[in-house]
Every structure is written in structure tokens, then in C-alpha cells.
Design a protein around this ligand. Structure first.
Ligand code: PLP
Length: 285
């Protein structure tokens, strides 16, 4: 079955889907994106993702390309046309097409919209989660606004490749004070030896992950002890458990940090339970 992409008002065969060479997303990475999980052919936490999209756009003074109801139709239609049951739907909005100039284009320039969807292998994802993943740490060299879900991802890309090169699946960024900010494409969590679940509070230094907010709900429902505070790499290496959260992988146990095992080197009970319970706390549309 051939894939379909939505591009600026039209559904196109994926292989023929094109944007203009002077699209500001292409020229300047002047745009934002969202990735939602698709499960059972439904979109997970669409409302929260659209709220974050609206915020990212507002922070960059890019207009909403269409009403949220219309955008919802496009997201669902793209999932449907690609027959995705379990996978992801990707949405990108840029400041549109204009002659190359750093400053904003003329008022009224239409934002560009691309939506794609693809299936992910659910059985393979469960296998990865059953084994847990390795992470490496490196210094956070991103700009000061990682809270905006911008398509400017060069530091994240280099970090992810450094992880791959080291045989790991994720990289954790470390701030100037030795605290973990977040993963290259996920939020970072630990469980202390005392059983407290710890994650960094949201401010401009991290993305407020939608999965992060769902896991906070799950933690409250399970009666776990939670501290939203920064934690250091040293603390993470001495933790009982560690895990990451992201829409494409929900809750993913971390079993090694910089080559050293976390706890007994296997996925821990807290991460495993949060992964199992995750979708009870998510919304489906
Ligand atoms: N942090 C970064 C840098 C990310 O790129 C992502 C997801 O791609 C996340 C956190 C997790 O966000 P979400 O749970 O909304 O997928």
C-alpha cells in the first residue's frame, strides 16, 4: 500500500509530496511540529498536542494554519488514508513560502502544513521495552528555548547520532550545573533508592512532553511519591530505575547510563507499571 502525505491542502502520494524550495521550514528551520501516537487507529492525546502546538506557534508568532477542528480532520484523514492502526502521525507547520530573508515575510503569508502518518511495529516496541535501552550523556548545547517544539533539531540530531555511535538509543543532555535536562527526543526520569520518582520541572529548558503529563497523572493514580526537581547524572547513575517518555515510545525503561547499569541492569517495576498503565490515562480521539 502506498503512503499518502497531506501537503498544503492536498493529499499526495508520499513519494511525490513536495514543498517549495523557499519554504522557511526548509531554508531556516522556521517552524514547529508535533508527533502523536496512533493506537488502534485512534490518535492519543490530540487535545494536549494541539494545545502545545498552539503555544509553540504563538511563541514564534506563526499563525495557526487552519482551525483546530479542520486540523483534527486532516490528522484523522491522514491516519485513515495510510491505514495506520499502531504508529505515529506527524504534523509540521512552517512560516510559509517567501523570498529568502531572515526577517518575517509579509503579513498574510500562509503557513505551510505537512501531515504524514506511519505504522510502527508494536511487537518490536514491546521487545525493546522488555530489554530496556542504554543512554549516553552529553552537554546541553541547545538554544535557550527547548520548550518550543521547533523543527530546528541539529543539537538533538548530533546527540542522537552520538548515542547510536556508542551503541545506545538515547542521549541525555546535561546542563552547566550537571543536571539532566531531557533526552534528545524524550523526557528523562529516575526512581531514587528511596522509591521517589523524579523528573525535571518544566520551564524554558525542556519540552513539556505530553507523555510526561500523562505519566504524572499515572503516578498520582498509583499513589507513587513524586518530586519535580532537577537531578544530576551522578544521582541518575545511582538510581534504582530510570526511564524516558515520548509519544513514539510512551514509557521506555533505561537500563544503562554511559555504559554503567542502572539498578540491576533490567527494566524496573515502576517504569514497567507506568508503561502498562499509560493508556488508561491518555485520551483517544
Ligand atoms: N523532549 C524532546 C526534546 C522531544 O523531542 C520529545 C518528543 O519528541 C519529548 C521531550 C517528549 O515529548 P512528547 O511526550 O510530547 O512526545
Amino acid at each position: 500500500m502506498s503512503r499518502i502525505a497531506y501537503v498544503n491542502g492536498r493529499y499526495r502520494p508520499h513519494r511525490d509530496a513536495r514543498i517549495h524550495v523557499e519554504d522557511r521550514g526548509y531554508q531556516f528551520a522556521d517552524g514547529v511540529y508535533e508527533v502523536c501516537e496512533v493506537r488502534g487507529a485512534r490518535i492519543v492525546d490530540e487535545r494536549r498536542h494541539m494545545a502545545r502546538l498552539t503555544r509553540s506557534l504563538a511563541e514564534l508568532r506563526i499563525g495557526l494554519p487552519m482551525g483546530l477542528a479542520a486540523l483534527s480532520v486532516v490528522l484523522h484523514e491522514t491516519v485513515r488514508r495510510n491505514r495506520v492502526r499502531d504508529g505515529i502521525v506527524y504534523l509540521q507547520v512552517t512560516r510559509g513560502v517567501a523570498r529568502r530573508d531572515h526577517a518575517f515575510p509579509a503579513a498574510g503569508t500562509a503557513p505551510s502544513v505537512v501531515v504524514t502518518a506511519r505504522a510502527l511495529d508494536a511487537a518490536k516496541a514491546e521487545k525493546v521495552a522488555a530489554d530496556g535501552i542504554a543512554v549516553v550523556t552529553l552537554s546541553d548545547n541547545r538554544w535557550a528555548r527547548p520548550d518550543i517544539k521547533s523543527v530546528s533539531l541539529l543539537p538533538n540530531i548530533l546527540a542522537k547520532q552520538a548515542a547510536r555511535d556508542a551503541g545506545a538509543r538515547e542521549a541525555w543532555f546535561i546542563d552547566a550545573n550537571g543536571f539532566v535536562t531531557e533526552g534528545a527526543s524524550s523526557n528523562a526520569w529516575i526512581v531514587t533508592p528511596e522509591g521517589e520518582v523524579v523528573t525535571r520541572p518544566v520551564d524554558n529548558s525542556i519540552l513539556n512532553g505530553i507523555s510526561r503529563t500523562v505519566v504524572l497523572d499515572a503516578i498520582a493514580a498509583q499513589g507513587l511519591r513524586l518530586a519535580e526537581r532537577p537531578f544530576t547524572v551522578v544521582e541518575a547513575k545511582a538510581a534504582r530505575e530510570a526511564f524516558v517518555t515520548a509519544a513514539s515510545q510512551i514509557v521506555q525503561p533505561v537500563v544503562r547510563i554511559d555504559g554503567a547499569p542502572v539498578g540491576d541492569g533490567r527494566p524496573g517495576p515502576v517504569a514497567t507499571a507506568l508503561r502498562r498503565e499509560f493508556h488508561r490515562h491518555a485520551e483517544f480521539t
